[in-house]
Ligand binder design. Structure first.
Ligand code: SF4
Length: 453
């Protein structure tokens, strides 16, 4: 590598928004006198790959990307490959042995050592920087290089998790829950809004636990209140709420603070009592139904996104039917489904009653088909209603149609609202407009432009 010029570093960030924030922080910590951030990971000196190892599918995707980047390295299109994050933290030894093309591995607690690691890579040393300390927690002082559009920014308010869900190994490599300081998060939010953010999306393994470790209080409602005061901010969106930590105060904050989207991402995982108990979720069928009822009564236009695991050990036809019944009754606005993935080191991996892959897949198809119908029906009920839409871009083929999101749509995971504009109206990404829903598709809405907001 030419050491007199700045070395270009590209980033490919896999997985969830939490990893995305880590990737932005990692790029922000690079020594600018030595490195510059490249636009494309496929065309740079050093490629960084921030990985995910949540479930089998995510691990396979991470490995696939490592192999693709290794191929680019063989072709000489990139000069070095550094793999970071969850997969490394979990499988350091195996990766070191199997993936000789990788020049360096960096664990989730070692991002601050990256400049040093890259220095060694440039000197053609192969290095692993994987400590046993839990993942690093950034502060507002650390600069981030944005990987999302200017108008939408994520803030990670905490790291790690204190829950003990039987199917999950995240706490073993992300550590116990550690909240950032309330003032620190507010300071960062102010800065992001000054830089142009109009939507702030709060993330963490469990956002509802914010403050429990540091002040023995649920501080999320207070944080929402403080963020609601930021003048130029339009939307505050909440991801990853843990159901048993959704307090009355939090419901009131979501319902009453005008900038907090009536949107709640709250993974429920299942509804059948024996499964919930085995999953160690701290919820029962009854308490889940009661929680949903309360949320719907308190915030009638709340869009609830949830996720379910199908094919968990011990899930028979009866338990699966209970889940389908729950979906029919509750009519979730947004829903994701995973087939159970047996994770080594998790409590669930040693349970009897493992469900055959074929059955898991069949249940997944059945569940998603049902949700498609529910989603279509939910969307049809929205025809004629007016929403604020955050414009994200223009349709590639139809100049007068823009696409964006309503309060019901989180970036990346939910659908779009396609907004038809009259002649002479030009919109740009980051604009808010009022639009009336005119037609629906399974997951997307069509709407007519009314006015710019
Ligand atoms: S809440 Fe449960 S599933 Fe989520 S990170 Fe914590 S242990 Fe894992």
């Amino acid at each position: 590598m030419n050491q007199s010029k700045r070395v270009s570093v590209g980033m490919l960030s896999l997985g969830c928004p939490k990893t995305l924030v880590d990737s932005e922080v990692v790029l922000g910590m690079l020594d600018k006198t030595r490195y510059r951030v490249a636009k494309e990971v496929t065309n740079c000196d050093i490629a960084l790959l921030n990985t995910c190892s949540f479930i089998q599918e995510a691990k396979e995707e991470s490995i696939g990307h490592i192999l693709n980047l290794a191929e680019l390295k063989r072709e000489g299109r990139i000069k070095a490959l550094v793999v970071l994050g969850c997969l490394v933290q979990r499988y350091q030894k195996e990766l070191e042995k199997e993936l000789k093309e990788v020049d360096a591995f960096v664990g989730t607690g070692d991002y601050q050592a990256l400049n040093q690691v890259l220095g060694e890579v440039i000197e053609r040393k192969r290095i692993s920087q994987v400590g046993h300390a839990p993942g690093f927690l950034y502060t507002a002082q650390i600069e981030r290089v944005p990987l999302t559009p200017r108008y939408t920014r994520y803030i990670k308010i905490s790291e790690g998790c204190d829950h003990i869900c039987s199917f999950c190994t995240i706490p073993s490599f992300r550590g116990k829950h550690r909240s950032r300081g309330l003032e620190d998060v507010i300071q960062e939010a102010n800065r992001l809004v000054e830089e142009g953010a109009r939507e702030i999306v709060l993330t963490g393994q469990d956002t509802t636990y914010f403050g429990r470790d540091t002040e023995k209080k649920f501080l999320l409602p207070r944080l929402l209140k403080e963020l609601n005061r930021i003048k130029e901010l339009r939307w505050i969106r909440l991801l990853y709420a843990y159901p048993s930590c959704v307090t009355e105060e939090l419901m009131n904050a979501i319902g009453n603070l005008e900038k907090v989207c009536h949107y709640l991402d709250m993974p429920l995982q299942h509804i059948s009592d024996p499964i919930l108990q085995s999953m160690r979720r701290g919820m029962t069928k009854q308490s889940t139904y009661q929680l949903i009822e309360k949320l719907r009564a308190r915030i009638p236009d709340l869009a609830i996104r949830t996720t379910f695991i199908v094919g968990y050990p011990g899930e028979g036809d009866r338990e699966f039917s209970e889940l389908l019944e729950f979906m029919k009754i509750t009519q979730f606005e947004r829903l994701g489904m995973f087939t159970y993935s047996e994770e080594e080191g998790s409590q669930a991996a040693i349970l009897s009653g493992q469900v055959p892959e074929k059955v898991k897949e069949k249940r997944f198809d059945q569940g998603m088909k049902l949700q498609q119908e529910i989603s279509r029906e939910n969307n049809e009920r929205l025809i004629g209603k007016t929403f604020s839409v955050l414009i994200e871009g223009r349709d590639a083929k139809r100049n007068h149609i823009y696409y964006g999101r309503s309060y019901m749509d989180a970036p990346e995971v939910d659908g779009f609202v396609y907004v038809e504009t009259p002649q002479g109206i030009r919109l740009k990404a980051g604009d808010f407009v009022s639009a009336r829903v005119s037609a629906t598709q399974e997951y997307d809405l069509m709407a007519i432009y009314l006015k710019s907001e």
